[in-house]
Ligand binder design. Structure first.
Ligand code: NA7
Length: 530
């Protein structure tokens, strides 16, 4: 590759929902002439490209796990879409809006330096590309950088060991002895999907989770027609609600209901399926009142005891802490433990001491043999996705240094001292169904750029004071929620060495939109145009 620097209007990093949306907006709405997309995978899909493990599917209903303006006649015919269908959806949409060919695949951005003289971003990749761009957009996803335990002996294992987001292409685990380490959404989906085909499945649990059923099911033509008839109303609900899932969130306190009523509500929504539904459609204060939260927690524990017949396993699977963080659901997770080939190892009381050539050794000396070990151990989330890129703003300031003790940005889209850098789903953005939140952020970034162009200014960036205030708001809201009391990637306390810090604005998409509308209405008082 030549050392030639290619001058472009914008570089967009990431080929998932975020990157494809932004590329489309910059090219077709802002009407920039040259926009390049850079994606480390070999195709589009983002999260859904990387997470190709058995059982990978969304837990947001198909009709709202998309952008509101992509309403063409529905192809989907199930309540939730599998990873493969979502990959296809993203590719198809990029082909339709003419942006697929603008992506370079199998390429990672290594550095992006803002040049104060030219007011441009100098961007280089691991394959030797060099770009000079007016705008630099990072849509690198919030769960992208795998977190793999640092067990001694990890390289000595002779079987296959890999992170859940790096499932080897074509690997079939039928008849194999498999270890799944981790019981979050990835670990529980994998467990529910493979337990019947493997010879032996051992689930290593560090902390028990609250996992509700999914209830994926076919959606027939009649139901689809009904959904499309009410589609405007459904999307109004998405944009006015907290979590943008398309259902009406309850405003009633769990504590106002009688025990009988609570049981009826929990039972009904449990049977309906969906983690977010269970947490937010049942009652309105599970996320804010410890007492209310405990009523839901107790219900889930009672369900676990009902489903898992072996009392010792049931007890281990029953969480003891608050019910919070990202609400989980998985198909057939608790049911899997009824199978004779499935067992649970409590690594909270007996941790993994090392990996050996043949498997896993526990602290008490017990040796377990495996053909395959899956690390479903999560991600260095949100700012963790930026860890391997050297992003330098004004005066040589490095983004990873600025974020060292808690990553923050203005509205999840802009960072002071990094002009014309636009983040999609950056720290401090809304915690909600992702495509609608990307849609909202994309529209806002579009408006910011158009405003800058209209003013004849060359750059736009977050005002330092405004960013600080937003960060205070984000952290203060988080502090009054149960989320702040539960260890999870949402609070950045799932990875050793990371500072606990809320990664999200937890007051919902509706309130986030209201805040952005205030900005647009007031001609962007929180931004600096130069
Ligand atoms: P999560 O939700 O972060 O879950 C990771 C799981 O791995 C969780 O059970 C962790 O236990 C466990 N874990 C993490 N580190 C270790 C080590 N070192 N040893 C053993 N177990 C460990 O990640 P997922 O991939 O499941 O889901 C991420 C998101 O993707 C999810 O929220 C969806 O939005 C999609 P812990 O509970 O922390 O004690």
């Amino acid at each position: 590759m030549s050392n030639e620097v290619k001058e472009v209007d914008a570089v967009v990093v990431g080929g998932g929902f975020g990157g494809t949306r932004l590329l489309n907006l910059l090219k077709n709405k802002v009407k920039l002439h040259s926009v390049v997309g850079i994606e480390k995978g070999e195709s589009l899909g983002g999260t859904w490209y990387w997470n190709q493990y058995p059982g990978a599917q969304t837990d947001t209903e198909s009709w709202v796990y998309r952008f509101s303006d992509e309403r063409e006649p529905p192809k989907w015919n199930t309540r939730y879409l599998k990873g493969e269908a979502l990959r296809e959806q993203i590719v198809e949409s990029a082909r339709k809006n003419g942006t697929f060919e603008d992506f370079i695949f199998g390429t990672e951005v290594r550095s992006a330096h803002y040049d104060e003289g030219s007011k441009r971003w100098e961007i280089s990749t691991d394959r030797g590309h060099k770009f000079s761009a007016t705008y630099f957009v990072t849509a690198v996803g919030i769960l992208n950088n795998p977190n793999i335990p640092t067990y001694p002996g990890i390289d000595t294992f002779k079987g296959q060991a890999f992170h859940s987001a790096r499932w080897p292409k074509g690997l079939d685990v039928t008849g194999k002895r498999v270890a799944v380490i981790g019981t979050g959404p990835s670990g529980s989906q994998i467990t529910g999907a493979i337990n019947k085909i493997v010879k032996q499945l051992t689930v290593f649990q560090q902390r028990a989770q609250y996992i509700t059923p999914v209830n994926n099911r076919p959606v027939d033509e009649i139901e689809r027609a009904e959904i499309y008839k009410n589609y405007d109303t459904i999307w109004d609900t998405v944009f006015q609600s907290l979590f943008a899932m398309g259902f009406v969130e309850s405003k009633k306190s769990a504590l106002e209901a009688s025990e009988e009523e609570r049981r009826e509500v929990y039972e009904r929504v449990w049977n309906k399926g969906g983690g977010f539904r269970f947490f937010f459609e049942t009652f309105g204060d599970l996320g804010t009142s410890i007492e209310a939260n405990e009523t839901a927690a107790a219900f889930v524990r009672s369900k676990i005891a009902e489903i898992v017949k072996d009392p010792e396993t049931a007890k281990l699977l029953q969480p003891t802490g608050h019910y919070g963080g990202r609400p989980l659901c998985a198909e057939g997770y608790y049911e899997a433990f009824a199978e004779p080939n499935v067992s649970l190892v409590d690594i909270a009381s007996n941790p993994v001491s090392k990996l050996t050539e043949t498997g896993i050794e526990l602290q008490d000396g017990k040796q377990l043999e495996f053909d395959v070990i899956i690390f479903a151990t999560g991600f260095d989330s949100v700012d963790g996705s930026y860890r391997n890129v050297d992003i330098t703003g004004r005066e040589g300031v490095k983004l990873n240094d600025v974020w060292k003790n808690g990553a923050t940005s203005l509205y999840g889209v802009s960072v002071t001292q990094f002009p014309n850098l636009f983040l999609v789903s950056g720290p401090g953005g809304p915690f909600s169904n992702i495509p609608p939140s990307i849609e909202v952020q994309g529209d806002f970034i579009t408006k910011l750029i158009l405003e800058s162009q209209a003013r004849g200014t060359k750059t736009v960036e977050a005002d330092k004071e405004a960013q600080g205030k937003w960060d205070e708001t984000v952290q203060a809201i988080s502090a009054v929620t149960i989320f702040s009391k539960v260890k999870s990637w949402v609070q950045n306390d799932n990875v050793e060495g990371k500072t606990k810090y809320s990664a999200f604005f937890l007051a919902g998409l509706g309130n986030y939109i209201a805040k952005l509308e205030e900005e647009t209405g007031g001609k962007y008082p929180s931004f600096r145009f130069e």
